[in-house]
Design a protein around this ligand. Structure first.
Ligand SMILES: [Zn+2]
Length: 321
């Protein structure tokens, strides 16, 4: 039995291109990018003594697609975009890694696209420099999961050389084990195979990768939260400093305009959609109960906000940039 849903396999052909799963990239002129980048490509805030900087890496204006959400129509998706104050011409999927200064450490949450996922994305390092953050000084890169938009920023285009050779790359054991198993390749749909092959020729061979089992402290004030489903080993990160807390949620809510009001919508990128829903609801309930800030890789700029309960779903009040 395939370990990837048939929906993902069926969607693969069109989505592969958009998600950089093949080596060919092209822009459909009908979808040339229209979203302007933020006036300033970084936004800072504090969580206790942690100095956080959201850094803009670009956006994917995803064309509407009937298989994108298994149990919702394109009209439903368009409606959720409009309700969140977004255009309904496409699904806005920005990429926003989070940088955190913690004492002598400079920690990066998710690696960015490396300019290898969407033609217009890849502004992370330029925006880090504008924020006074030197990519060469990053000491740890924490990875939520191994989808291209989260890890290609670890790998140089063309050579696959490490972009952060001096940093510790922190990943979940479950995610690492899934993608680095040589037997996974033939079980994956065609569109996902190049991704697994690339992981096996890069991350699997690197000596600076630290694997984390389950939920534990990674460094003082940073703990992993197991949130499987989107991928087998997806993790979120809980940050605490003094009385202040926040959660970096990776792709648990990916496009919050859809997944928060409709936590039961099953997205095509969720490898195990019902498990992803369970993780999503549990994390959202925790955020509501604790009333703490949440950052999300695909949240609207500046990539963070507060989640509240709203009927049978949730709403996001985005932070101000
Ligand atoms: Zn993602």
């Amino acid at each position: 039995m395939s370990i990837v849903s048939r929906r993902e396999a069926v969607a693969g052909a069109g989505l592969a291109l958009a998600f950089g799963l093949t080596s060919r990239l092209s822009i459909d002129p009908a979808f040339a990018q229209t979203t302007a980048p933020p006036a300033k490509g970084f936004s800072t805030y504090k969580v206790g003594s942690f100095e956080c900087t959201a850094v803009y890496d670009g956006i994917w204006e995803k064309p509407h697609d009937p298989v994108f959400i298994a149990n919702a129509s394109i009209d439903d998706v368009k409606g959720s975009m409009r309700k969140a104050g977004l255009t309904d011409a496409f699904v806005s999927i920005p990429f926003t890694p989070l940088l955190v200064k913690a004492g002598n450490e400079l920690i990066q949450f998710d690696a960015g696209t490396g300019g290898q996922v969407q033609p217009s994305a890849g502004t992370l390092h330029a925006n880090m420099k504008a924020a006074g953050l030197d990519p060469a000084k990053v000491t740890k890169v924490m990875i939520s999961h191994f989808h291209p938009d989260h890890i290609f920023g670890l790998m140089e285009k063309g050579t696959n050389a490490q972009v952060y050779p001096n940093a510790e790359i922190i990943v979940s054991s479950a995610e690492y084990d899934f993608w680095t198993d040589p037997a996974v390749i033939e079980k994956l749909p065609e569109a996902r195979r190049p991704l697994a092959k690339r992981i096996q020729s890069t991350i699997a061979t690197w000596k600076n990768v630290r694997r984390i089992d389950g939920e534990r402290e990674v460094m003082p004030g940073v703990r992993t939260i197991a949130t499987p489903g989107h991928t087998p080993g997806h993790i979120a990160f809980h940050l605490s400093s003094g009385n202040a807390q926040m959660i970096y949620s990776g792709d648990m809510f990916y496009q919050p305009a859809m997944s928060l009001p409709n936590p039961g919508w099953h997205g095509v990128f969720d490898q195990n959609a019902s498990l992803a829903e369970k993780s999503r609801r549990a994390l959202a309930d925790r955020l509501v109960a604790d009333k703490i800030l949440v950052a999300g890789y695909h949240f609207p700029w500046p990539g963070a906000g507060i989640i509240a309960k709203d009927g049978s779903g949730y709403t996001l009040t985005p932070s101000k940039a």
